[in-house]
Ligand binder design. Structure first.
Ligand SMILES: CC(C)(COP(=O)(O)OP(=O)(O)OC[C@H]1O[C@@H](n2cnc3c(N)ncnc32)[C@H](O)[C@@H]1OP(=O)(O)O)[C@@H](O)C(=O)NCCC(=O)NCCS
Length: 215
């Protein structure tokens, strides 16, 4: 099911291209992960990582043949705007945790994160043969939650008041998507594209239809 080279050199989406990280991407990593707003949205700890922590994180999790990370580039211009990755890959149970950071503020809210997430989920189920992709997100991160829902992730649980941020307690949401949900959604998207009525979907497809937006 799983093999040594987890990702191809590139995967093309509608808006972004995912490419394996190059060593020189460290400069962008250092900038993104020292950004207080990125840290506020992604870290339990108060404040960003120190430069040496970022460099260690980059070397361990972004580069190298066995990492599960891809750089997110705007399609066409090729500008590097962020990174996405799987961690905690569990081959026995076919599951992984998904992470994404678009580090460039001006690239937020333009559909790039949803497109990158969709590509990673397609890759997880379509190529790596996984059964489940999960993630964790702070309840105040509405943009991220919306992007994940758009791809088909559903909230499966929450750690109550797990994070103190901006003087308030917030839940951490646990979200996931399962391979059958992904397959049903793909089938429905194809049916729609083929001009077939969505009503022709089988009875077990209702759950996926309810939480997926468009194709
Ligand atoms: C989270 C992240 C990956 C989302 O990617 P993105 O490209 O910004 O998001 P998209 O444009 O694909 O989708 C965002 C959705 O949220 C909505 N949205 C945008 N800004 C919003 C805001 N401030 N509040 C609520 N919803 C918002 C958009 O309308 C869109 O929903 P729609 O498709 O129904 O219209 C990206 O913003 C990011 O990396 N942020 C910083 C780090 C981070 O939060 N990482 C995730 C940690 S779990």
């Amino acid at each position: 099911m799983l093999h040594k080279r987890w990702f191809p050199e590139r995967i093309d989406g509608d808006l972004v291209t995912l490419r394996r990280h190059a060593r020189e991407n460290l400069a962008e990593f250092l900038r993104w992960y020292q950004d207080p707003e990125v840290a506020r949205l992604t870290r339990y700890q108060d404040g960003p990582m120190r430069p040496e922590e970022i460099e260690r994180f980059f070397l361990m999790r972004a580069v190298g043949p066995e990492t599960l990370a891809m750089g997110i580039h705007i399609k066409g211009s090729d500008r590097l705007i962020g990174s996405c990755a799987f961690s905690q890959l569990d081959g026995d149970n076919g599951s992984a945790l998904f992470h994404i950071t678009i580090g460039e503020h001006d690239a937020w809210g333009k559909g790039y994160g949803s497109d990158a997430t969709r590509l990673m989920v397609d890759h997880a189920f379509g190529s790596l043969g996984l059964h489940r992709v999960a993630l964790a997100v702070f309840a105040f991160n509405e943009r991220a939650i919306r992007a994940y829902q758009r791809v088909g992730f559903v909230v499966e649980g929450r750690s109550r008041e797990a994070i103190l941020r901006d003087g308030k307690w917030w839940d951490e949401l646990h979200m996931s998507i399962l391979e059958p949900e992904w397959r049903t959604a793909r089938w429905q998207a194809k049916a729609t594209a083929d001009g077939r009525a969505l009503g022709s979907a089988g009875p077990n497809d209702d759950a996926a239809a309810g939480h997926l937006k468009g194709g």
